[in-house]
Design a protein around this ligand. Structure first.
Ligand code: ZN
Length: 332
């Protein structure tokens, strides 16, 4: 179908005539007889007229100084292969523009009955548009593990642990590396931050004892550092080596804490706390900036970041004043 010329070819006119007669035969017959079309007709609002045997929109612009095709656009039925072809042609001709653009472009010559719906039907099937603008299919999430949904346990009973950093801390003229230890409650999504001065067993045990003293009994800790033990220790990041040492295991056993490693190569198992490390990192980046802190400053900053992250809403914040205030880990 070629519409590049302003005047429709005879063949195209005949094709449109056939399509119109197939859907609006009664209306065309009435107009040919010289009478008005029936009240129940869907075309009544368009005040249709017959021009060169074609059904066109009558409208209120017979005196306007515009092109005849624009003044009385040809009516195209809502359904039909021909309508679909015309819409697809204009859509491709306009470099795959959207519904309103194509509809506006077509109005210079054609009036599609129920234009918006017809556009949606045809443009929704355009393969090029679907490929470029189509919605990305989301992966279906698996069921939450029992740790995440178990109720009746105090906060920080089941945790995920991870380390982040390092942070450079001033001591005299020297700069010393420190790390952050993040404990995330798998139930209430609250966090507890501790500072680890180095990556040794003693430093981790100290952090563990601090959380035990302040948050009460910890039942289980999950950690996703399996690869560090399975793979070559020298090649891989050795951040977590100390967690596998017997010293830590003995300490955990004495405190009644079960330590569970996620299987190797399953970083997605730790999504619950990796996500929160991202949030902590964002807050730290903003607050810390380029300034250098001493040890005391870093501890204070961690407490403040902890309070900020634990005040984040867990539920949707609505704009309706009658809705209850959003739930936060601090409230839980
Ligand atoms: Zn397209």
């Amino acid at each position: 179908m070629h519409l590049s010329t302003q005047v429709m070819s005879l063949a195209e006119t005949v094709v449109v005539q056939v399509a119109q007669r197939m859907t609006n035969e009664v209306e065309i017959a009435s107009l040919e007889k010289g009478s008005t079309i029936r009240v129940s007709s869907s075309l009544r609002k368009l005040k249709p007229i017959l021009r060169n045997g074609l059904l066109c929109v009558g409208g209120r612009l017979p005196l306007a100084n515009i092109a005849l095709s624009e003044r009385n656009p040809i009516i195209l039925p809502y359904k039909g292969h021909l309508t679909d072809m015309f819409i697809q042609y204009y859509h491709e001709h306009s470099n795959h523009m959207g519904i309103m653009y194509v509809l506006g472009l077509m109005r210079e010559k054609f009036w599609v009955v129920k234009g918006n719906a017809a556009m949606m039907r045809v443009l929704g099937k355009c393969i090029k548009c679907r490929r470029v603008h189509g919605k990305v299919i989301e992966q279906q999430m698996a069921n939450l593990p029992p740790d995440r949904v178990e109720s009746g346990k105090p906060p920080f009973y089941r945790n995920g642990v991870d380390l982040f950093g390092p942070f450079f801390v001033k001591r005299g003229r020297a700069q010393i590396k420190h790390w952050g230890v993040i404990f995330t409650c798998l139930n209430m999504r609250a966090i507890h931050l501790e500072v680890a001065s180095n990556l040794t067993s003693d430093s981790f045990i100290s952090a563990l004892r601090r959380i035990l003293a302040r948050r009460g009994q910890v039942g289980m800790i999950r950690c996703d550092c399996g690869t560090n033990f399975v793979g070559s220790r020298k090649v891989l990041d050795s951040n977590y080596e100390f967690l596998g040492e017997n010293k830590v295991r003995n300490e955990l056993l004495q405190c009644g804490v079960e330590f569970v490693f996620n299987p190797p190569g399953t970083s997605h198992f730790g999504g619950a706390w990796e996500r929160l490390i991202g949030t902590v990192g964002r807050v730290l980046d903003v607050v810390l900036g380029t300034q250098q802190l001493d040890y005391e400053g870093l501890c204070t900053l961690f407490c403040e970041v902890e309070a900020t992250v634990n005040s984040r809403p867990l539920t949707i914040v609505t704009s309706d004043s009658r809705d209850p205030a959003p739930l936060t880990p601090n409230k839980l």
